[in-house]
Design a protein around this ligand. Structure first.
Ligand code: SF4
Length: 535
């Protein structure tokens, strides 16, 4: 069987990180881990071709080659997925759809003409579907009877990728989250009892990436890496010596809940394993909003202190905030800005609340007759709601625009990045907690001289681009150089991290510029600012 696996294009969002891709010479942010795992579940004698539409277009030769088309994606890729189903049907190719969005809203894909829906987690349902194919069946919907243990999950087929296209590789060590936030679909998709890969499985995946030559950042894309502190500790305790033996080939990013900030030994293990960034859903600084959304874990201990502890101990916090909650009161955006400034949070995600199918929020809004459609808005410039909020949309949108303007203003962003880095302790190497190391001495595989040289050139190119973008062209170039000198003098081991934050800022400056330009556009009148969302 010749199976064509297609990953639909992502619409513009915070995660597009176009400027980071340009700066680093990559095509997209992250590899499609779901399809790589699916590929590993397919029979070994199948020929597999993976096309990630975020890195290259589909060609007629791809369609012609395929005997079967397999698709997966998230809700934000809905339009692309449905269009691919129709294209496959038009060419007479059998089409199989799976992944989180198809699991939540399967009827859309049946209506579009998909032959097979393989729902839930593939470890359970892919074998059911393969057995049906063996029986000669040509259509079917395969539902999981239970959630699979992750110890049954195979090593994803990273070998199908062109690794140079990506900023981050994904590795998943667990699924599910013990918390119960009203707006989150993780609980229904993956459950509140987290399930785990064991440390040997995780190291086998890292070894695969290492052997393929990957030497950059890895996103541990668990829903909440510290959903179980015991699991996180078990993985980290084996990961730390593995990293040392292999010359620390990777840096790690992950997602955690804010309670990480009150567990200093766990933060210490994370940084010892070379974790650099943690994404944390802060959502709101307002207690009523947090309790209304069952985000009790952000109320239990002071959030300020938690985030401060994480930063001070060497992890950059990437917080997300949401506007449009029912409990929100006027001034919500200003309070987010004040919280971000006070805690010198730098790369901040700001979204309008979206009702996702398969969530408690969706069910409640349906009961209240407030839903306006399945489509979710991820585009921060064309932001809108898919439900009727309680506050007037015009009021929320005015605050949202003001908040984006405040958070992503380059001078303010860079000033926060500076304070963020000065608040962070020096690296372990600088503290002398780790012996100075030379990667060449520690790497067990044979270093590829040509690759290393190419990677150094690429890094130099990225640095020169950043210096041009922020140190030569803009009006705030004086601030850029002054702060760079300040970091060099006061926390030199964090210079690289600081420059990475400056680079991340470019994505946010562009979002702000796009939103302000839209507001100032030819059709923009004062009342236009209130029609951005659906009233
Ligand atoms: S903590 Fe995060 S992953 Fe867990 S339920 Fe809340 S939003 Fe979802």
């Amino acid at each position: 069987m010749r199976a064509l696996l297609i990953y639909p294009e992502f619409p513009r969002s915070f995660w597009s990180l176009k400027q980071s891709c340009e700066l680093l010479g990559r095509k997209t942010l992250m590899a499609p881990l779901g399809l790589l795992t699916l590929a590993a579940l397919l029979p070994r004698d199948w020929e597999i071709r993976l096309v990630d539409l975020n890195t290259r277009p589909l060609s007629e030769a791809d369609w012609h080659w395929a005997e079967m088309v397999l698709l997966s994606g998230m809700i934000v890729q809905r339009d692309g997925m449905l269009s691919l189903v129709r294209q496959a049907r038009d060419r007479g190719k059998p089409v199989v759809v799976g992944g989180p969005f198809a699991t939540s809203v399967p009827q859309d894909f049946l209506a579009a003409g998909a032959d097979f829906l393989v729902l839930g987690e593939g470890e359970n349902t892919v074998p059911q579907w393969l057995a049906a194919l063996d029986r000669g069946e040509t259509r079917g919907v395969f539902q999981p009877e239970a959630r699979p243990e992750m110890t049954a999950s195979p090593v994803p087929r990273y070998d199908l990728l062109n690794l140079d296209d990506y900023i981050l590789m994904g590795v998943q060590t667990s699924r599910g989250c013990p918390y119960n936030c009203e707006f989150c679909d993780i609980i229904n998709l993956f459950g509140r009892r987290p399930r785990y890969k064991n440390a040997d499985q995780v190291l086998a995946e890292l070894t695969t990436l290492y052997n393929l030559g990957w030497r950059r950042e890895i996103f541990i894309c668990d829903d909440n890496f510290i959903g179980s502190h015991t699991h996180a500790r078990a993985i980290l305790k084996q990961l730390i010596p593995w990293m040392k033996e292999h010359g620390e080939p990777f840096g790690f990013w992950t997602q955690t809940s804010a309670d990480l900030g009150h567990n200093l030994p766990l933060i210490d293990l994370l940084t010892a394993a070379n974790f650099s960034h943690v994404f944390i859903g802060v959502e709101s600084p307002d207690a009523e909003v947090l309790s209304g959304n069952r985000k009790y874990q952000n109320l239990k201990n002071p959030l300020d202190q938690a985030l401060g502890n994480i930063t001070a101990n060497g992890l950059a916090v990437v917080p997300s905030f949401i506007m449009g909650f029912d409990q929100e009161t006027p001034g919500a955006g200003d309070r987010i800005c004040a919280f971000v400034e006070k805690n010198h949070l730098t790369t901040v995600m700001l979204n309008l609340l979206q009702a996702l199918p398969n969530t408690a929020l969706w069910d409640r809004l349906q009961r209240e007759n407030r839903l306006q459609g399945v489509e979710v808005s991820t585009d921060m410039i064309e932001a809108s709601f898919n439900f009727r909020p309680i506050r007037p949309v015009s009021e929320i949108m005015t605050e949202y625009i003001r908040t984006v303007d405040c958070l992503y203003e380059p001078r303010k962003y860079l000033a926060r990045a500076y304070r963020h880095i000065l608040a962070m302790r020096p690296t372990r190497a600088a503290l002398g907690a780790r012996a100075a190391k030379s990667p060449a001495l520690h790497i067990t595989g044979k270093p590829n001289g040509k690759k290393t040289l190419w990677s150094q050139r690429r890094k130099l190119g990225s640095l020169l681009k950043l210096l041009w973008w922020q140190g030569v062209v803009p009006e705030y170039r004086g601030q850029f150089w002054w702060q760079l000198l300040g970091v060099y003098r006061h926390n030199p081991s964090r210079l690289q991290r600081y420059l990475a934050l400056c680079g991340m800022g470019e994505n946010l400056f562009q979002i702000r510029a796009g939103l302000l330009a839209k507001m100032a556009g030819p059709k923009s009148r004062p009342e236009m600012t209130v029609t951005v969302g659906k009233e």
